[in-house]
Design a protein around this ligand. Structure first.
Ligand SMILES: O=C(O)CCC(=O)C(=O)O
Length: 220
């Protein structure tokens, strides 16, 4: 795993998308022709991350989703929710407003959408996938803020050299994946047999203006 400091965001974003500053805590997991993935532990202080987790677990209208697996319908193994951040009429929990403010300042990216995933225990997961690029404004990254229990993310290259990275996503941490990485890598949170408390992830994206909340798709 390549580790570096002070990422050069100019390589990722156009001038108008550059952040105001780069954190010196960032760890560069991937930085090559296939994109860039940065991990920042402790973007949010532990007590704040804990409070946001507790608030969101109670306040969010969590939804179960169903999907087809082979010839039968099964539950998506986690709870989900979605909020637009650019809709002044949207009833967005304070914890999400606070988290979005922190992530926008840290990245310099005008995220306007957040998808929430609630992993109730180690049996909940998300299968390896890439984000649907037709649902993201081209060029913008995806940022994942973690709250609650630490879960391990597997990041796999789709083509040779087929390396796999594992990142333990601690509460209060931020993982930023460039747009290009969605072409070349999958990411997922595997199930675990270890006893595991709940985890909530906030997946920030820049979506086209017209998308409505009920059009938000989900990943398995
Ligand atoms: O929970 C995570 O950190 C990953 C979420 C994810 O991959 C997604 O929402 O597409």
């Amino acid at each position: 795993m390549a580790v570096g400091r002070r990422p050069r965001y100019a390589a990722l974003y156009t001038m108008s998308q550059m952040p105001l500053f780069a954190s010196d805590r960032e760890i560069v997991l991937v930085n090559d022709a296939r994109g860039r993935i940065d991990y920042t532990p402790g973007l949010v202080r532990p007590e704040i991350a804990h409070a946001w987790f507790a608030d969101l677990r109670e306040a969010v209208p969590w939804r179960t989703q169903r999907r087809m697996m082979y010839d039968r319908e099964v539950d998506v193994p986690r709870l989900q929710a979605h909020f637009r951040l650019d809709d002044p009429d949207a009833d967005v929990p304070e914890a999400i407003r606070g988290a979005a403010g922190k992530v926008v300042i840290a990245t310099g990216v005008p995220f306007n959408s957040v998808g929430l995933n609630f992993y109730r225990d180690g049996r909940d997961s998300v299968a390896p996938h890439s984000d649907h690029l037709d649902e993201i404004v081209p060029g913008f990254p995806i940022a994942l803020l973690s709250l609650g229990a630490t879960r391990r993310m597997a990041i796999r290259a789709k083509e040779p050299p087929r390396r796999t990275l594992h990142a333990d996503l601690a509460p209060g941490s931020l993982l930023v994946m460039s747009y290009e990485t969605q072409l070349h890598y999958t990411h997922g949170i595997p199930k675990t047999r270890e006893p595991m408390d709940g985890r909530i992830s906030l997946a920030f994206r820049v979506k086209p203006a017209r998308e409505r909340e009920d059009e938000a798709s989900f990943y398995r």
